[in-house]
Design a protein around this ligand. Structure first.
Ligand code: FHN
Length: 688
């Protein structure tokens, strides 16, 4: 395809206007088409194909999976030998469907063709399909039939990228011996269309077409529109994800422009921090670290984590597509089956808190999550309380009148005590019958939820005065609404100072504010704590990775905490190297503690630091060690998440504080990335 240099933005705009036949679909038409999907909330992803035969291992390296042809650089002729070995004699489609159904899943997405190009159905377009194997059974047909038998929706994953078809371009850069002579990408696109037509017409109604592999240079928006038009020319019902187009924002998965095609966004291996009102999205995630079967991968998420993921996703209005990678014999790994059973038991008791719900009305809840359903009388809130459950749970800022609360799994619906604390409803949980993973409390309220958030503020550091100005941000304004605040760490009441204009405070700051409506306090308390190091200048003696340097050194003292996503632009990443930072407090200051945030995400080769050393100096030349924290390198298998290091030392007067965070440098022996460079991700050095 020729590339034209666009002279006018008008042409560019034209390119992005969807010229698809489906543009006449009304919002109500789309809502009707998406209704089952929005109600379903929970589905099974299945990655299965020739790659299940090597099971992740190639020449002693056990870090592979469905990408093995590329990650192990297996020449085509070598890889094609797996066709003669594919004979999953234990495959039983009904067993698969029942395992998904019993887990509470409402749809199954099977890889009809992954990037390796192998087709799990009897395709008229190629011999590189299941009929060319000893198995000689049409897997898509058997699974589709089993799904219909058990009222499960059947969906196909289909890769645009194809490492087998001679017309697909580009080749893998290591496939130097495989000629591109005569390769015609347009002819490949026709093959792609012919196969899409096959999988959408040979097996009855297909509910979702889950495209993937859309990111290479040969695929673009224009081709996406053409493929989308083609599909809609014979199928106006199938739901199509946003990976038909080229606007997916990496693993965040959401389309980066309004004109992008696709019915929903596809975050991968992650859950958005908040729901996105009016946007449909589905987080696809693995149970361990691989999509395709990897026999060595024992880094399984706990059933508790999987259920909390499901609840977290539903509370933000999304769907959870949880993956299983079957073995070459055609069975689910026992670890997957075990987790599916635990999830199924929970869903049997609590599925009504997931199916057909919308995102809850709260931004964050200390004790869990919340989903909601509209009822004739008002709203039913499902309060998902993660174990271990507190004695009471608060609903910060909920203005509605509560009608009744009960434990969802309590058939007698015994009413729970509801009081108000600091203006917000507080429910006393029962002392028995709670779930050991996540207990659901039902709360009926009158009307649609009205939640008054805690007051919000911005703050600005002035190096000259070494002071911070705190300003209130616009929020709900009501004549009877007043914000009260304190700066001494005490909890504000309406007896304290009303916030009427910006305040300027010395560091460290402990600013607390609450909202009163009339005489009633409501909403969460806002608590802003800024350490002595806030806004101070930081010098790095070693540079972070070019790719993960956030906003530079300022990120380390800007008071903004990085999220659990290491790629959120807030973290400084150091690959195979330590971090050495010197914070200049501007003048000699009495200090007694240092804190630091770091991420653990061992699947992404991000480990907790080996040692953290803190030294102080008055002149920036002579340093004294005041603190050393040593971790055990062998205990690298820490739970993933954001971790806070903080420790105290005898008070000392210092102007400079040097923090050295040592990296384990390489991944451990018993880690999939063994020998590869290990990362440390750091944020927010706080000095008090
Ligand atoms: O490359 C694929 C990968 O193998 C897997 O299929 C995931 C699942 O969403 N999608 C692609 C990576 O984004």
């Amino acid at each position: 395809m020729k590339t034209f240099l666009f002279k006018s933005s008008a042409i560019l705009l034209l390119l992005f206007i969807n010229l698809n036949v489906y543009s006449q679909e009304s919002q109500s038409g789309k809502d009707e088409r998406m209704a089952w999907w929005r109600d379903a909330r929970f589905g099974m992803f299945i990655h299965w194909g020739l790659y299940s035969i090597p099971a992740g291992e190639w020449k002693g390296d056990k870090s592979h999976a469905e990408w093995i042809r590329t990650t192990a650089q297996i020449p085509l002729e070598e890889y094609n030998k797996f066709v003669g070995q594919f004979n999953p004699v234990k495959f039983n489609a009904e067993e698969w469907v029942l395992a998904a159904k019993d887990a509470g899943m409402k749809y199954i997405v099977l890889t009809s063709k992954h990037h390796d190009g192998f087709c799990l159905w009897d395709s008229d377009q190629t011999d590189f399909d299941v009929m060319g194997t000893p198995f000689k059974r049409d897997i898509l047909k058997e699974l589709a039939d089993a799904c219909r038998k058990y009222d499960m929706r059947i969906c196909w994953y289909h890769s645009i990228m194809d490492w087998h078809h001679p017309d697909y371009l580009p080749r893998r850069e290591w496939e130097t011996g495989r000629t591109t002579e005569g390769a015609d990408f347009d002819r490949y696109v026709q093959y792609l269309k012919n196969q899409v037509h096959e999988i959408l017409t040979k097996y009855g109604d297909i509910s979702i077409l889950w495209f993937d592999g859309e990111w290479e240079s040969t695929w673009n928006h224009e081709r996406a529109v053409d493929l989308y038009n083609y599909i809609r020319s014979f199928n106006t019902k199938v739901i199509i994800n946003n990976r038909i187009d080229v606007s997916r924002d990496g693993m965040a998965g959401m389309s980066s422009n309004q004109q992008a095609l696709g019915d929903y966004g596809t975050p991968e291996q992650e859950i958005p921090d908040t729901g996105i009102p009016g946007v449909d999205w589905e987080s696809c995630m693995t149970m361990n670290d691989h999509w395709g079967y990897n026999a060595a991968d024992q880094n399984w998420k706990s059933s508790s984590q999987l259920i909390q993921n499901l609840v977290d996703i539903a509370s933000k209005g999304g769907n959870y597509l949880l993956n299983v990678g079957p073995t070459s014999e055609g069975v689910f790994p026992p670890e997957s089956i075990e987790r599916l059973k635990v999830i199924g038991k929970w869903m049997k008791a609590n599925g009504s808190a997931i199916y057909g719900t919308q995102a809850g009305p709260f931004e964050n809840l200390a004790w869990g999550r919340c989903t909601q359903k509209q009822t004739d009388q008002g709203t039913r809130l499902f309060l998902d309380v993660f174990s271990p459950a507190p004695a009471k749970i608060s609903l910060p800022g909920l203005m509605n009148e509560p009608v009744k609360a009960w434990l969802l799994s309590d058939a007698s619906q015994t009413a729970l005590t509801i009081t108000r604390k600091n203006g917000s409803p507080e429910i006393t949980l029962p002392t028995s019958g709670l779930d050991d993973i996540c207990s659901v409390i039902v709360l009926d309220i009158k009307g649609k939820p009205e939640v008054v958030k805690g007051p919000e503020f911005s703050y600005q550091y002035d190096p000259a005065s070494d002071k911070v100005e705190i300003r209130q941000l616009p929020g709900i304004s009501r004549p009877d609404l007043t914000v009260y605040y304190t700066t001494d760490g005490t909890v504000p009441t309406d007896k304290m100072q009303a916030f009427s204009k910006p305040v300027t405070l010395k560091l460290p700051v402990d600013f607390k504010a609450v909202t009163y409506i009339g005489k009633k306090r409501t909403g969460d308390m806002t608590d802003i704590r800024l350490p002595l190091s806030f806004g101070k200048s930081v010098t790095l003696l070693k540079e972070p990775s070019e790719k993960y340097k956030a906003q530079g050194t300022a990120s380390l003292t800007d008071g903004i905490q990085g999220s659990k996503k290491f790629n959120d632009g807030r973290w400084l990443g150091f690959e195979g190297d330590d971090m050495e930072a010197v914070i200049d407090l501007g003048k000699k200051t009495a200090i007694h503690s240092v804190g630091l945030n770091y991420i653990v995400n061992t699947g992404s080769w991000i480990f907790e630091p080996l040692n953290i050393t803190v030294e102080t100096s008055g002149d920036g030349k002579k340093y004294t060690t005041v603190l050393t924290k040593k971790n055990n390198a062998a205990l690298w298998k820490q739970p993933d998440g954001v971790k806070q290091f903080s420790d105290v030392f005898p008070e000392t007067n210092a102007r400079y504080v040097k923090v050295t965070v040592s990296n384990r440098v390489t991944c451990p022996e018993n880690h999939p990335g063994k020998g590869g460079k290990a990362w440390i991700f750091l944020d927010e050095i706080s000095i008090e």
